[in-house]
Ligand binder design. Structure first.
Ligand SMILES: [Zn+2]
Length: 380
């Protein structure tokens, strides 16, 4: 068995698709026309990922408004927003370059998804010849749809959280039922929870323990066998080639994150200044037995926010170093983040999203070759 590798999920949307989203918002094209562009980009993503040799593939999330909002809105501008939501919710994050992303606001109950990720899995299964994975959003992100303070009339916070957990569970189960071999849960709000950014009040509320508890409320509904293939992704953000929480000390998250009873973790690392410290924290805190599953640490060896392509040699060296701290049978390789988690992302450091798609494929190839070299060197 060699060191397993897996991508997080997203790829930059081609500029043509980004323009189609905009045309749809402006009423110039209908939803069918937008979907035709999404399908084209999804098919191209799968084909190109398979050409690199990526063992499990995604559609690059080309059909999603974003990794966080796909269940509740068709576009980032709010076209096709689900019931009981308004556009003016909390900031999910304010990024280092000054731009922000805002969530919708829950205005009443019941809370229901309008789109489940299994819809994408079903379509991708028809195109892909490799096994398909799907990323889904964590309940801990969507709990931020609820206003931070106060209650909503006739819909208690507890009832909302209960409905939310049911929808998240259904999202994961339906992905597996549709044929996904792996489902990873995006948990980018984990590190952000300790940011204490006064412009973004929820980040000063010490919510990490609540996030972890809520995520376990969903994950604990799955058997150990199922949880082997349920992952958690953490990162300091990755949007418009910028981050939102890289200055938050990583140990605040990594000493707690492995309390989530997931079978594997996709962990940003390559862009950290002190990677060895991260390997050590993961080695010390990940569990051999998380209620029946060993936790596999997929360490980030590729930085999707820069156009410089890592070499296979760099990747190999990172993994060999990581193996000093993390048992090799619980070590994997991933990218620090999705390559473009939001549908509108011009990838400024790359110059264009189309070029960034090409770069992403080269980076993924380097990860695959580096993992192969590391497996050889480590004798696994
Ligand atoms: Zn990420």
């Amino acid at each position: 068995m060699s060191i397993p590798t897996e991508l997080v999920g997203s790829l930059p949307r081609p500029m043509k698709l980004q323009e189609a989203y905009e045309d749809y918002d402006q009423g110039k094209i209908d939803f069918g026309q937008l979907q035709a562009e999404q399908d084209k980009a999804a098919e191209d993503s799968i084909r190109r990922l398979e050409e690199t040799g990526e063992p499990t593939v995604t559609d690059g999330e080309q059909r999603e408004s974003s990794f966080a909002t796909y269940p509740i809105t068709d576009t980032l501008a709010g076209t096709g927003l689900a019931d009981n939501l308004a556009g003016d919710g909390q900031y999910f994050a304010i990024f280092d370059d000054g731009h922000h992303r805002q969530l919708p606001r829950l205005t009443g109950g019941p809370f229901r998804y309008k789109t489940f990720a299994s819809e994408f899995v079903e379509k991708n299964k028809q195109i892909a010849s490799h096994p398909v994975k799907q990323a889904v959003i964590a309940p801990s992100m969507l709990m931020l749809l609820h206003p931070l303070e106060g209650e909503i009339p006739d819909y208690s916070r507890e009832q909302f959280l209960s409905d939310l957990c049911d929808e998240c569970e259904k999202d994961i189960r339906q992905c597996f039922a549709a044929g996904a071999v792996r489902v990873s849960i995006d948990f980018t709000e984990g590190r952000l929870a300790n940011k204490n950014d006064s412009r973004n009040p929820w980040t000063g509320k010490d919510m990490l323990d609540d996030f972890i508890e809520l995520n376990n409320r969903v994950i604990d509904r799955f058997s150990a066998e199922e949880r082997k293939n349920i992952g958690i992704h953490t990162c300091p953000g990755g949007d418009c080639d910028s981050v939102h929480s890289k200055e938050v000390p990583y140990e605040k998250l990594l000493t707690k994150m492995f309390n989530i009873n997931a079978g594997y973790f996709l962990i940003q690392c390559s862009s950290e200044e002190d990677k060895e410290k991260v390997y050590k924290l993961c080695g010390e805190n990940s569990r051999e037995d998380a209620n029946g599953v060993p936790q596999v640490c997929f360490m980030g060896v590729i930085n999707p926010l820069t156009p410089e392509v890592e070499t296979a040699e760099q990747v190999k060296n990172d993994l060999v170093t990581a193996a000093k701290y993390i048992p090799v049978e619980r070590l994997g390789a991933t990218d620090d983040c999705g390559f473009s988690p939001f549908s509108r992302d011009e990838k400024p450091k790359h110059g264009s999203p189309d070029f960034a798609r090409d770069v992403a494929m080269q980076k993924i190839s380097a990860r695959l070759e580096g993992a192969r070299l590391a497996s050889e060197e480590l004798g696994v």
